[in-house]
Each structure stands twice: as C-alpha cells, then as structure tokens.
Design a protein around this ligand. Sequence first.
Ligand code: NBP
Length: 476
Amino acid sequence: MTQAQIGVTGLAVMGANLARNLARHGHVVAVHNRSLSRTTKLVEEHGDEGTFLACETPEEFVAALERPRRVLIMVKAGAPTDAVIEEFAPLLEPGDMLVDGGNAHFLDTRRREAALRERGIHFVGTGVSGGEEGALLGPSIMPGGSKESYAALGPLLEDISAKVDGVPCCTHIGPDGAGHFVKMVHNGIEYADMQLIAEAYDLLRHGTGLDPARLADVFDEWNRGELSSYLIEITAEVLRQVDASTGRPLVDVIADRAEQKGTGRWTVQIALDLGVPVSGIAEAVFARSVSGHVELREAARGLPGPSGVTDKALGEEFVEDVRRALYASKIIAYAQGFDQIRAGSAEYGWDVDPGALATIWRGGCIIRAVFLDRIREAYEEETPPVTLLTAPLFVEALGLAQDSWRRVVAKAAELGIPVPGFSTALAYYDSLRAERLPAALIQGQRDFFGAHTYRRTDREGSFHTLWSGDRSEVGA
Ligand code: NBP
C-alpha cells in the first residue's frame, strides 16, 4: 500500500494549498480535515496535481503515513490546535513529528513542545508566511523544534518553499518556540512596513495633492530601486484599482479602519516584556487601533488644525524626500525587529542566526524585498553589527536620507498629516545617536519622589540626594 511522506490535517485555504504544493513537488500527501467536505473538495478539484491519500478519520490518516510520521497541522490557532494535538498525539509513536504551521503564540508552542517531548514526539512550531498564494507557490518557512526533527522534515519543507538565487526560503530557526517567535516578529515588521508605506501615500496624496493613479506610478518607480519589495508592488496595484460601481479610485471607497488578527499586538507585548524598544511596530499597531476608534475620531473631527493640508508648492523634490524618509524609517523598523529577535533568542537560548533569517525572508513572505539582501550582507560582516543601524551600508543610507527625513517629518507636522511611523523612527535614530539623553533628569525625578537612587557619570555606585533634608548626597 502507498504510504504518504507527509500528512496535512486542516484543509482550509492554507492547509489545502500547502498540501497541493507538497503534492505538486512529487510527495505523496495524506489529507484530513475535521469536516470531510473540505477533504473531498480538495481531492475532487485538485486530485490530478499529485498523489493525495484522502482520509476520513485520524486513525486512517495516521496509518497512511510512513515512519517517522510527519503530520502538518493547519488549523485555526489557539484551542483548535490543542484539540487536534490531543486527538492525534495518542495515535503517534516516539520519533514522530507534529508540525504546527498555524500562527501560534510562541509561548503556547513552548508549552506544547515540552509536553509532547515527554511523550517522545517532536513538536515543530513552524512559521509560514506568504498567505494563500505563498502556501501554494512557495512560502517562506520558519521551523522551530529539535535539530533531529529538522533533519527529517527540512528537505520536504525546503522543497516547497520559495527560492531566491536557488536558495530555499526555509531554515531551521532554533529549538521549541523559536520558529513561531520569529514569525511573530516578521508579522510585527510587516505591520510597521505597511504603516510606513501608508504614511508615505498619505503625505503625497494630501500633502502634494497627487491622485491615486499618479501615486501608483510613483510607487511603481520606487519599486525599481532600493525600496523594491512585494509591499511596494501591491501598493501600486491597489492605488491603480478603480471601483467598478462608482468609478472612483478603490482606495477612496474602502473604509479607513484597519483590522488586525493579533500577531502585531503580540510582538509589542513581548517586546515590552523583553524591554526591547520596537516603537515602529508599536506605532503601527496603535495606528490601526486609532483608525478603528470611530467614536473618538468622530468626536475629535472638528478640532483645530492647520488651515490647509495641501501644499501645491511641494513638487518632485518632496516626492524624493518622502522616498528617502520611507527608506530610512524602514531601516529603523527592521533594526528594531531584528533587535527583538536577538533579545528573544538570548532570553530563551535559541541561538537564532539573524543572517539566515534575512536570507529566508528574501522570498515567499509578505515582507520579501531586495532590502533583505542588504540585511543579510550586514550580518555576514566579520564583526556583525550590534544594531543594523551601524552596519556600514545602513550608516551610509541613513546619512543620505536624514535631511530628507527631517524635512518630511517637519512638513507633516506643519500640514497636520499624522506620521507616527516616520516620527517615531526618526526619534529612535536621534535617541540612539544622542550623546546625552534626558533620562538623567528622569532619574533625578525618580530619586526625588521615590528615593529610587541614581548612578553618576564620574563614580561607581548608587546615590541618593536627601531632597527633603539638606540636599546633600549619600551613597545608597
Ligand atoms: P483557519 O484559521 O480559518 O482555520 C480553519 C481550519 O481549522 C479548518 O480546517 C477547520 O476545520 C479547522 N478547525 C477549527 Br476552526 N477548529 C477545529 C477543531 N477543534 N478541530 C479540528 N479542526 C478545527 O484556516 P487558514 O486561514 O487556512 O489558516 C490555518 C492556519 O494558518 C491558522 O493558524 C492561520 O493563523 C495560519 N496562517 C494563515 C495565513 C493566511 O494568510 N490565511 C498565513 C499564515 C498562517 P473545519 O473545516 O472542520 O471547520
């Protein structure tokens, strides 16, 4: 009887497309779904793309797999994943692999991995990026879990992943929750990137009065340079789209309330726990929430602002300023995201290789961009930079962009156009390069009201000023 090299359970859009991708690459794939209709539909519609073994029950599904068994779970993240694990784990044997390709929280993945390890089962929390199309044609894949499981699973996953310059967009990220952690940060960076592009659009649309069709040309042009990326490419597509029912640009008809599924929020929550300033991602998450606060926005709509939002005097030079400001802000967002990955890796002992990560994000995923090659190069230097900002090629890029960046943020403030992403990126840049920060004053305030003590620049130790006494200083 033919045995399947891998099984996929959960055949909604992502699971079905991954199963098809595997089958199209010549792998025999066992397929299963809680409700049989999805299994039947997949085989009826795409059965000719490869060899699928359609299974009605978990028992039949497990029996169809060669050993060690590889089971890819593609169900809704959260309780459904636990339900599926509980259903399948008792049917598996030591050495088998349960791969969770859903968008799980990495702490859940750590919990599940530890519990299944006790039972001898490898649990492989795997980030998958690229949406439905990526799942079918080649996603970027970020598997965590044991090295042993990667040896058995990696070749299959590399096979179906996107390829850039012949290199698969899939690599072993690190133990337990590492894969889902980096996928979470990937999504956080995606939020920041999208927000920055949206701000660039807003500045050009409302600052200079360019219409969406003309702006589509601007983004197309940008897509031919250092900003070249999937997100810039689709921005041009969206801006060029005309609404069939009204004849207006589609972007003017879409309600301006951005939704979110939660991975951006997780990124920020975890960054707060790790003490990593990911202000670009945080502003992007908050900007989405501001957009959704309809009552607040309606209540505040009449508040005073500048008399006009359009400055017709702004021409091609401003367009170039915005392009440079976007590139500089993007460098900051990615630097912050990679910093969070470094902090997470240190906290959980994962030993994540940031250069390898930049390599597998070059294709397949939503943030795929030429820019990722620059990040890969930065980490390939003999002495990798502490922050991407100090990698020589980014020092040069930021140096070239910074005048434009400042002009754009100042102009946005003058015109009353909100640019939280651009502004926070510039503030982060200036904070890191500052000789002295006003944190010294904050330490003085803390010592004043709470005797929290402070350190001095000229001596070791902690000190306290007797604020309500004679204001002399004592050692703490
Ligand atoms: P959904 O997230 O919409 O999940 C639907 C699937 O989960 C169906 O197969 C459904 O079975 C199954 N399911 C549920 Br709901 N509860 C279950 C339970 N208790 N037991 C067994 N199966 C259960 O599917 P998706 O959009 O294909 O995404 C799958 C995973 O991939 C998610 O974790 C998602 O976050 C992640 N992801 C999605 C994307 C994307 O672009 N959509 C990208 C990357 C990752 P049923 O048919 O019987 O209801």
